[in-house]
Design a protein around this ligand. Sequence first.
Ligand code: FMN
Ligand code: SF4
Length: 393
Amino acid sequence: MLKKRKGPVIFSEIEPFAGLKRSLEIGRSEVLDRVRSSGIRGRGGAGFPTGVKWNLTATASDEKKYVICNADEGEPGTFKDRVLLIEYARLVFEGMVICAFAVGADEGILYLRGEYISLLPGLKEVLNKMRKDNQLGKNIFGKKGFCFDIKIRLGVGAYVCGEETSLIESLEGHRGEPRNRPPFPTNTGFNGHPTVINNVETFAAIAHIVLKGVDWFKSFGTDKSSGSKLISVSGDCRKPGVYEIPFGTTIKKILKMVDAKDTKAVQVGGASGICIAKKDFTRKIAFEDLSTGGSVIIFGKKRNLLNVAENFLNFFAEESCGQCTPCREGIPVLIERLKKIKNTKAAKGDIEDILSLSETMRLASKCGLGQTASDALTSILNNFKKEYILVKS
Ligand SMILES: Cc1cc2nc3c(=O)[nH]c(=O)nc-3n(C[C@H](O)[C@H](O)[C@H](O)COP(=O)(O)O)c2cc1C
Ligand code: SF4
């Protein structure tokens, strides 16, 4: 028997499918309005306003629309979606059904990270039960004409397929490479039809918003980041795991919560996030301050942060799809310069080169992978100058 989790929003009590029933009572435009007014922003990392996304899909003129749940969860240090899919799958699927009702979609897909294949039987069981209980299928809960079903498709282990347009490419049977945008999936998504793509955690919040209301949801978090965030905490602490915190929680508070001692650095946002030092532990998890898809990795005083940066860069070199030059060619150059720093053969000019190349990668890469691949390295070089020695040039 799993221990019941506690948290302000997603881990709070809710009657299964009461959010869906309420949605059918209040109608699609009221659902869209509640999601928009709640101020909820995507929990997958980019933080795009969910209400705007749903409205764009709802108003797109096409007979066929899709709802996709992004369960690719490949960011190093992130494992909160796995917990939701194991313990709260009904809540996630309920959010997808509410979305389908609101935007007028009749097909849903859960894109599941290939490495999570062991979750498949449990998820299928939940879907089968939902079909039996008329929470999926034809005329859902007796609502004439509202038909929707969900299937599960497995990824094959590419991190870049978590990026929404390469996820769609992968679903369509092509190489998992990001597309140029615009057009955006809300207009031209899966098989060319308007598509909502949201993170697992975003969908898990929806029934709560519809049922308990906008004011209740906004009573958690900050003015610019309403609600809560699930974080996956790993590294040098005594209580790693998945926690639900209100937005606005400081790093200091999180470190206390997970019983971390002698912390040197915290990597917020996974490999594509930034590494912060003690002086910044009063900063907050929020879109307007430290934004994260959920990964929080703690490094104790004995950790070598240059090794951490190298580890992340090797990950990106492996996972880059190779489509654009700044990302494909830039990451190996960063690795080479970092090795020079590690071997105390680098000068000030090498740091300047790294910063300038990083800026080029940020501006000229096509997707978030290349745009953020250097963030961990540059934040370590800026925040932890004592970690390395430069030669005089
Ligand atoms: C390289 C890369 C990997 C990503 N991986 C994921 C992922 O595993 N899960 C996820 O929800 N979003 C991921 N995203 C963000 C998605 O592109 C997209 O913004 C998100 O699924 C939208 O859902 P949300 O608005 O609910 O956050 C990734 C983005 C990039 C650039
Ligand atoms: S930034 Fe990197 S991963 Fe993204 S499209 Fe370009 S080469 Fe591919």
